[in-house]
Design a binder for this molecule. Structure first.
Ligand SMILES: [Fe+2]
Ligand SMILES: [Fe+2]
Length: 258
């Protein structure tokens, strides 16, 4: 089966670009399932009912997230009801929402797991211990396992990729909003990329108007972040997973700039 994994969608510019390209790419690559990170889909901060519905209408099957998931308070009202919206599983117990879900696709159940890194990130439970708990909890309930590892450093993400190589079918990094060029199949058959990148304004600093971030760096003063407008970037990968051997046989990087 073919799964397309799409990077963090940022604001309206990102949502429009997601809508513009996802259906086209689904057809072009014969994609069976789309997983997208929606943590910045509402005005760059968090996810709202409206931004989530736009992603679902635009072709998303499962929405993952990260440290920005709580930024729009609307999410508290629906995160527990949405079957295909996940947040990092290694929040301590008591946080709303869930860290993984199972998406049924024809004869295969696809487990989509979301975890946060700990290097330069909020304090979280250990993602390496947490994934062990999750894998044994899911057990035979799923046939294919996909992880969105939302983390800052390349090293933590690569370590997770090798840690899970051969035990899950896909490990993709998110959070930095910059796509890395290292899409690969790890030695034991796990498809991997350090960061998917983002879907959002191309002439921006990680989605935000450059002037604001330049001012922040040059004055060290706090500033209100506005999502930039204009042409977009669309960043994703398509993985081809052999459901019989449980190995990823191909990974293709998608990077569209307008
Ligand atoms: Fe993000
Ligand atoms: Fe993030």
């Amino acid at each position: 089966m073919k799964i397309m994994l799409v990077g963090d969608v940022v604001g309206r510019t990102g949502r429009k670009a997601f809508d513009r390209y996802t259906k086209e790419l689904r057809q072009k690559y014969n994609v069976d399932m789309v997983i997208v990170n929606g943590e910045n889909s509402a005005g760059g901060k968090g996810i709202s009912r409206k931004s989530m519905d736009e992603l679902l209408r635009g072709g998303a099957d499962v929405i993952t997230s990260g440290n920005h998931i709580w930024d729009n308070r609307e999410v508290y009202g629906f995160i527990d009801q949405e079957p295909y919206l996940v947040r990092p599983a290694n929040y301590p117990q008591g946080a709303p929402g869930k860290g993984w879900c199972i998406y049924p696709f024809r004869s295969a159940n696809v487990a989509v797991i979301n975890l946060s890194g700990r290097a330069f990130m909020p304090d979280m439970d250990c993602p390496f211990q947490k994934i062990e708990d999750i894998l044994s909890e899911i057990g035979n309930e799923a046939d294919i396992f996909v992880l969105d590892f939302h983390a800052e450093t390349t090293s933590e993400k690569m370590a997770m990729g090798f840690y899970l190589d051969g035990r899950v079918q896909a490990v993709v990094g998110t959070h930095t909003h910059i796509q890395t060029s290292d899409a690969r199949i790890l030695p034991k058959g796990t498809g991997y990329i350090t960061d998917l990148g983002m879907v959002g304004p191309w002439h921006s600093v990680l989605g935000v108007e450059p002037e604001i971030i330049i001012k922040k760096f040059t004055t060290c003063m706090p500033a209100r972040f506005n999502v930039a407008e204009g042409p977009a970037v669309y960043s994703a990968v398509v993985m081809d997973i052999d459901t019989a051997t449980k190995k990823t046989v191909n990974i293709e990087r998608i990077f569209i700039t307008e």
